[in-house]
Design a protein around this ligand. Structure first.
Ligand code: RP5
Length: 191
């Protein structure tokens, strides 16, 4: 029997097994949630993307959560805005780790979604990241870090990413120091 959501999910990645599912409450969340997808792609993690809604499609959401583990998924990333129950409802139906991304799609700029996700009751955690784009990217990184516990090659790619972050700061500081030196010398610094 096909899964409720089999028909319209999108799979990306070259490895045999899709291990992360990105779920979002609306296709309108995709411009933000794309940040999670980009991070997963950067770390060569096969993922799939689908839309579901705790409120508009509760049965579809429950089926997604129920079937995730048996389909081989290992981490679920759920983004939603407003009264954002999507990650919490998914977390209620699975023992897989669930990462929640609050989307700033309402008049409260995502504060509503953040509180809905982070204030889960004891027993049903949602690993809630920052509101919006930074949070979506961090969700992808966090998923990679969870998967890297069992994958040394992925762990190495994460170490390389950290090294690139550090190198970026070194480069930014070098540029700043050159600019400041140029100001002190009374001449514009060359980049
Ligand atoms: C939430 O409601 C979605 O995650 C979205 O952020 C928000 C608005 O959805 P649309 O009305 O734009 O589809 O369920």
């Amino acid at each position: 029997m096909p899964l409720l959501w089999e028909s319209d999910r999108v799979r990306v990645g070259s490895m045999a097994q899709t291990v992360v599912c990105i779920v979002m409450g609306s296709t309108n969340d995709w411009p933000i949630m794309q940040g999670a997808a980009e991070m997963l792609a950067r770390f060569h993690i096969p993922y799939e993307v689908t839309v579901s809604s705790a409120h508009r499609a509760p049965q579809r959401t429950a089926a997604l959560a129920h079937e995730a583990a048996q389909r081989g998924l290992q981490v679920l990333i759920a983004g939603a805005g407003g009264a954002a129950h999507l990650p919490g409802v998914i977390a209620a139906e699975t023992t897989l780790p669930v990462i929640g991304v609050p989307i700033d799609s309402s008049s409260l700029q995502g504060l509503d979604a953040l509180l809905a996700m982070v204030q889960m009751p004891q027993g049903v955690p949602v690993a809630t990241v920052a509101i919006g784009k930074a949070g979506a990217a961090n969700a992808g990184i966090l998923a990679a870090q969870i998967l890297a516990l069992q994958d040394p090659e992925l762990a190495a790619r994460l170490r390389q990413y950290k090294a690139e972050l550090a190198a970026g700061v070194e480069q930014a500081d070098a540029t700043l120091q050159a600019q400041l030196q140029g100001q002190r010398d009374g001449s514009p610094a060359r980049r």
